[in-house]
Ligand binder design. Structure first.
Ligand code: G4P
Ligand code: NA
Ligand code: NA
Length: 188
């Protein structure tokens, strides 16, 4: 995805602790035209896979996920980070956030994640893979099968990719950051 790589190089900024800030087109202000292009790329990469549902985690995964759902005419379920009192059939999992250094509980209703589901999980970043781990746990508890995962940006210097390969989960990243050392963005 040359378009995405250009945007990262032009607008991305490094923050201490290996954080890439892309607030001008992914995490705060969003570029829907770019999001749609990214979604088209996900759909192309996953064309040999049979799936019936897109799953993401709030908040930043929702924009790319809904574009994929639009293109494929499939429902999009977002895993929630707050447990609503009214949720029926709640399934939960605890996720550790490295960037925030705290645990939080994520949840989804078993009405929307079921043993019939073959899932593509979409998210903005693959860092340590903790969000992915949480969604894998939710899918296992729901009896749903994860067919593949798609990330806008992978940070290869963290361990999410290693974890997913070890688990035998197919994933695609549309841009890979090799390093942010000395506040310099190095893309693969
Ligand atoms: P992990 O899921 O890969 O383990 O990520 P980690 O716990 O390290 O990060 C938690 C949050 O930080 C996630 O978003 C993740 O997408 C985001 N994140 C990780 N690395 C970066 C980065 O380099 N840049 C940016 N902009 N975000 C990063 P979240 O807290 O769940 O929030 P939301 O933005 O989806 O609402
Ligand atoms: Na995220
Ligand atoms: Na984020």
């Amino acid at each position: 995805m040359d378009l995405l790589k250009e945007r990262i190089m032009q607008e991305g900024r490094c923050f201490p602790g290996g954080i890439l800030k892309v607030d001008s087109f992914v995490n705060h202000q969003m570029d829907p035209i770019l999001m749609m292009d990214l979604a088209k790329e996900f759909v192309r990469l996953f064309k040999d896979i049979k799936y019936n549902k897109i799953v993401t985690i709030e908040a930043s995964g929702i924009a790319p996920a809904i574009m994929v759902g639009y293109l494929t005419n499939l429902p999009v379920v977002f895993v929630k980070k707050k447990q609503p009192k009214t949720m029926e059939g709640m399934i939960t999992s605890v996720v550790h956030s490295f960037t925030k250094d705290r645990d939080y509980t994520v949840c989804v209703s078993n009405s929307y994640l079921t043993p019939e589901d073959h899932v593509i999980f979409i998210d903005d970043f693959l860092a340590n893979g903790n969000a992915s781990k949480g969604v894998m746990d939710l899918c296992e508890k729901a009896g749903a099968k994860i067919e593949a995962m798609g990330f806008i940006i992978e940070k290869a210097f963290q361990h999410g990719g290693d974890f997913l390969r070890k688990e035998g989960i197919r994933y695609e990243a549309l841009a890979t950051v090799e390093s942010l050392d000395d506040c310099k963005i190095v893309l693969k």
